[in-house]
Write a protein that binds this ligand. Structure first.
Ligand code: R5P
Length: 287
């Protein structure tokens, strides 16, 4: 088995290859003068090629598809997409008449090129049903909990009911209780959050979510919890997009430590997503 990455994801590729006891290779990835992607394996491949694929920005999706095709041209029997972050998973239904179901469109497109798909903490588990082949996810909850083992967390909270199970998994590793807040989304940037009758007075609260995008969810929850008497609010997410000044918004809201994995690389992505991506890859291949 080989794990292939574009050059700027070499660190993740090497870590994933280490977890899978595989060989890491760097792809040659270039752009033609017209902007179109060119992807090439520089060596022949035998067996399975695991193609580590960032699916954002959108140009990376095309690159991932071409990389799977290139893997077979180079001799691979199968191509597995290992996507640390499954982009578009939040648009998993038509919320307004006439909207595209973006997650379905993306996963069908990937299915046409990859034999299997592995990812970490997708927004919902059911979104993987749109991939027409074996697809599996794993959670980074053990790694998130491990990184916060010395943080004396009293309670783990999810900012909405949809993230309650994620909070529960982190809490079970930390050996503390968990619960969720009630969230109502007003727009892409604004949410309302209610504390759901919780007493957090004097507590060190860890908020856990799958994605931080604009930070609106976590910032609103942080302010509410601090207003309600929490001693400190720490934040952890698998996928730190941190769009539109989100980190500043979170710090301004009073957040303490902010932690994310390197599923999306950035200022606070201090945790490797490789162990979780390896678990997902093994599952996808055995499924
Ligand atoms: C939505 O349900 C997700 O789990 C996250 O809560 C959401 O994507 C966060 O977005 P933002 O940071 O823009 O509030």
């Amino acid at each position: 088995m080989i794990v292939a990455t574009v050059p700027d994801r070499s660190d993740l590729g090497q870590a994933l290859a280490g977890e899978l006891d595989a060989t890491h290779v760097e792809l040659s990835a270039k752009r033609f003068p017209d902007g179109e992607a060119h992807v090439r394996f520089e060596e022949t491949v035998e067996g399975t090629a695991v193609v580590v694929s960032d699916l954002r920005p959108d140009a990376r999706v095309v690159e991932a598809m071409i990389a799977c095709d290139a893997a077979r041209e180079a001799g691979a029997d199968e191509a597995v997409i290992a996507a640390p972050y499954l982009a578009y998973a939040r648009q998993d239904q038509a919320f307004e008449p006439g909207e595209g179901v973006s997650a379905r469109a993306l996963l069908r497109g990937l299915s046409a090129n990859a034999d299997a798909l592995a990812t970490v903490d997708p927004h919902t588990a059911t979104v993987l049903d749109h991939f027409e082949g074996p697809a599996a996810a794993a959670t980074a909850a053990p790694e998130i909990a491990g990184a916060l083992a010395d943080a004396d967390v009293d309670v783990v909270l999810a900012p909405d009911e949809g993230a309650r199970d994620r909070a529960g998994e982190v809490a079970s590793h930390l050996g503390c209780p968990h619960d969720h807040l009630e969230k109502r989304r007003r727009s892409a940037r604004e949410v309302e959050i209610e504390p759901h009758g919780l007493d957090v007075t004097g507590e060190r609260v860890l908020l856990v979510d799958d994605i931080v995008a604009t930070g609106g969810t976590m910032a609103t929850a942080t302010s509410q919890l601090l207003d309600a008497g929490a001693e400190e609010v720490l934040l952890a997410a698998t996928h730190g997009i941190f769009a539109e000044g989100a980190l500043k918004r979170l710090r301004d809201a009073g957040a303490g430590r902010i932690l994310a994995t390197d599923a999306i690389e950035g200022e606070v992505s201090q945790l490797s997503v490789a162990p979780a991506l390896a678990r997902a890859t093994r599952r996808a291949r055995s499924g």
